[in-house]
Design a protein around this ligand. Structure first.
Ligand code: ADP
Ligand code: MG
Length: 653
């Protein structure tokens, strides 16, 4: 005797009802051979649908055994059951259960997508099936654009997509008019004739009369199981082999095809709820825009400060009298003298060094007067400070030695007294009572702390000591460290040298290097702070995404049920919703990045001091973060979706 394709042994299905249980099926045993056409009849509530769900591996028996093609199904996991559904069964539902967003061809090909059939092949087969069912001109129509009978034919094509060895039809004519119902039965007959096993549920005895065998259920018990002598004769064809899922063949392609479907569905879901998707993205958009632009502004600001400090010289060390900044006794310390400068000059790590005496004088030229700060400096001062000359020249060592009365003035002074820097050269101005010849004008220098409005003039420090300020000690000294040498080591050496010379450490040093480090540290702290705020905003955005995804899952429970019925694995469903969450976040991220570039365009209109610096790292990090958020906050809803029970999902129309 032939192996039954379907065999139930003492199968019961009990549902909890209050404190008790109701048995929708009670120890049902039956065997159906390949190629049979069976009608299951019975009053409403007699257990027909419950039986069909168990036959179709959508539900499991509470007790008893169910064998498909001789194989026990009790020990199979969800994915194995999904595979059985794909390989053996084709479902036809009373209300068609097509996916409303997809056209006819796409609906038909879904089972093949999950079986991993190559795209062109499955599309060709879907078209062929639709043609055979008389829908050759309805490929691109969505379910809403088709009549009930046409939709039911699309659902038959879908049932046949992977072979449809066993066709399970629950009240297939229930929602159809009489004519469509007859058409439907004719098709089922034809399939039966071609060797498909057809099991249909009906409460209509006229419909049941088409079947070769009638099984009647009453309160979950088989009360009648007999051959129908009135059934129309059919020539029994051979049993159709289902299209085998070839697993080894091309795992990559199968995975890709499933991924493609998941991606497409995610995309459709997003596009069909544009406003909602956009609002969901908003949190992510704001978060990403904030981070990317703030980081860019921070980078720009840092860059500017660093540039400014570098232009002052990052390898410069100042020496001041006193214990530390703001030492009130500092003015009484007169130990820093020109001889210290000479000592420093001969050190190997010193590139150049200059003494500095500070004072303030009334400058006069003809009838013009103005207050200016005057500095007595060495000839190397301009190199140490990185000051460039616009016109004329700086004073030489010779001028320093001979206390020459020459002066270098800045642009402000040149503008104040003369019509321009070239006009200033060679003129004699009075610093207090001391006449000095202007020999050079410095180029204007960008200051990190805003543009200086002071007038500054520089004369040889010897002249300042002997002829102008009358002090024999220095206000400070500035050392430029040789390129490539460590500021720290140089600073240490300077301290040792001067301490030895002074007998005590009555001075302090300040290195521009230290300032730079402080700036870097401050920016790092600020960036961290802003990042923390950004993380909070992204988490809030992520929770928004999770919320909407949960809504989306519960809205599409029915779709999930259909997909599972036609053979989607749990992982397919998980993937679909995860992709959707990641897509929402990624698009949010992308929009955020674009927006921050927009900010970058508008920003210079308001702030000119700083230019925004977009780094590829921060953009890449933004992308990475948004995908991560998608995965993290999409996982829970996606897992909920994947864990849905197909029957309960299908019941939620
Ligand atoms: P039919 O399809 O023959 O009308 P069903 O198989 O749908 O009958 O239902 C058989 C019995 O099982 C009914 O009494 C129904 O209330 C009960 N039943 C079906 N599904 C569930 C369920 N998920 N939970 C509780 N009871 C159920
Ligand atoms: Mg029913």
């Amino acid at each position: 005797m032939e192996t039954p394709i379907i065999e139930l042994k003492e199968v019961s299905r009990r549902f909890p009802a209050g404190d008790q249980e109701v048995a929708a099926l009670d120890r049902v045993s039956l065997a159906i051979r390949p190629g049979e056409m069976v009608a299951i009849v019975g009053a409403s509530g007699s257990g027909k649908s419950t039986l069909m769900n168990i036959l179709g591996c959508l539900d499991r028996p509470s007790s008893g055994q169910y064998l498909v093609n001789g194989r026990e199904t009790g020990g199979l996991d969800n994915d194995a059951l999904a595979r059985l559904r794909r390989e053996y069964f084709g479902f036809i539902f009373q209300r068609y259960h097509l996916l409303p967003h997809l056209d006819a061809v796409r609906n038909v090909e879904i089972p093949a997508v999950y079986a991993g059939v190559e795209k062109n092949r499955r599309r060709a087969r879907a078209r062929e099936l639709l043609c055979r069912l008389g829908l050759g001109d309805r490929f691109d129509h969505r379910p809403g654009q088709l009549s009930g009978g046409q939709q039911q034919r699309v659902s038959i094509a879908r049932a046949l997509m992977n072979g449809g060895n066993v066709i399970l039809a629950d009240e297939p004519t229930g929602a159809l008019d009489k004519k469509s119902g007859l058409e439907m039965m004719a098709i089922l007959h034809e399939l039966h004739g071609r060797g498909h096993t057809v099991i249909l549920v009906t409460h209509d005895m006229n419909v049941a009369a088409h079947a070769g065998r009638i099984i009647e259920l009453s309160d979950g018990v088989v009360v009648r199981d007999e051959v129908n002598p009135a059934s129309p004769a059919v020539d029994r064809g051979r049993m159709l082999e289902p299209e085998r899922e070839d697993r080894q063949a091309n795992l990559l392609r199968v995975t890709w095809s499933r991924f493609g479907e998941a991606f497409k569905m995610a995309w459709i879901a997003m596009v069909s709820h544009r406003l909602r998707t956009l609002l969901t993205m908003l949190g992510i958009i704001i978060g990403i825009t904030a981070v990317v632009s703030v980081v860019a502004i921070g980078q720009g600001a840092r860059q500017k400060v660093v540039n400014d400090i570098s232009s002052m010289g990052t390898n410069v060390i100042d020496v001041f009298p006193g214990k530390d900044w703001g030492d009130e006794k500092a003015s009484a310390i007169h130990t820093l003298v020109p001889a210290d400068i000479d000592a420093l000059k001969s050190e190997t790590y010193v590139d150049s060094v200059t003494p500095i005496l500070n004072g303030s004088v009334l400058v006069r030229y003809r009838n013009l007067t103005a207050n200016a700060s005057v500095s007595g400096v060495g000839d190397q001062y301009f190199r140490v400070r990185g000051l460039e000359i616009d016109q004329g020249s700086i004073f030489r060592e010779d001028d320093v030695r001979r206390q020459t009365q020459v002066v270098v003035i800045d642009q402000n002074t040149a503008k104040k007294f003369f019509s321009g820097s070239s006009d200033a050269i060679g003129r004699v101005i009075f610093l207090g009572a001391l006449p000095c010849r202007v020999i050079g004008v410095t180029r204007e220098k960008e200051s990190p702390f805003g543009n200086n409005q002071n007038l500054s003039v520089w004369i040889p420090y010897t002249a300042a000591m002997g002829r102008l300020l009358g002090q024999q000690y220095l206000s400070s000294a500035t050392v430029r460290v040789r390129e490539g040498l460590s500021n720290q080591v140089a600073e240490q050496n300077i301290i040792t040298l001067l301490t030895r010379r002074h007998g005590t450490k009555d001075f302090y040093t300040s290195s521009s290097d230290t300032i730079l480090k402080t700036v870097n540290k401050t920016t790092a702290t600020l960036t961290l702070l802003i990042s923390a705020i950004a993380v909070i905003s992204l988490v809030v955005g992520g929770i928004g995404v999770m919320n909407i995804m949960l809504v989306s899952v519960s809205e599409r429970t029915f779709e999930i049920g259909i997909r599972m019925a036609v053979g989607a694995r749990q992982s397919d469903i998980l993937q679909q919703f995860l992709i959707e969450a990641v897509l929402v976040c990624l698009m949010g991220g992308l929009i955020g990045i674009l927006l921050s570039y927009g900010v970058g365009l508008v920003f210079p209109l308001f702030v000119t001091a700083i230019t925004m610096k977009f780094s590829t790292v921060s953009v890449a990090a933004a992308f990475f973060c948004s995908s991560l958020i998608g995965v993290m906050f999409g996982f829970l809803p996606a897992r909920n979706a994947a864990r849905l029970d197909p029957i309960q999902a299908l019941a939620r129309e």
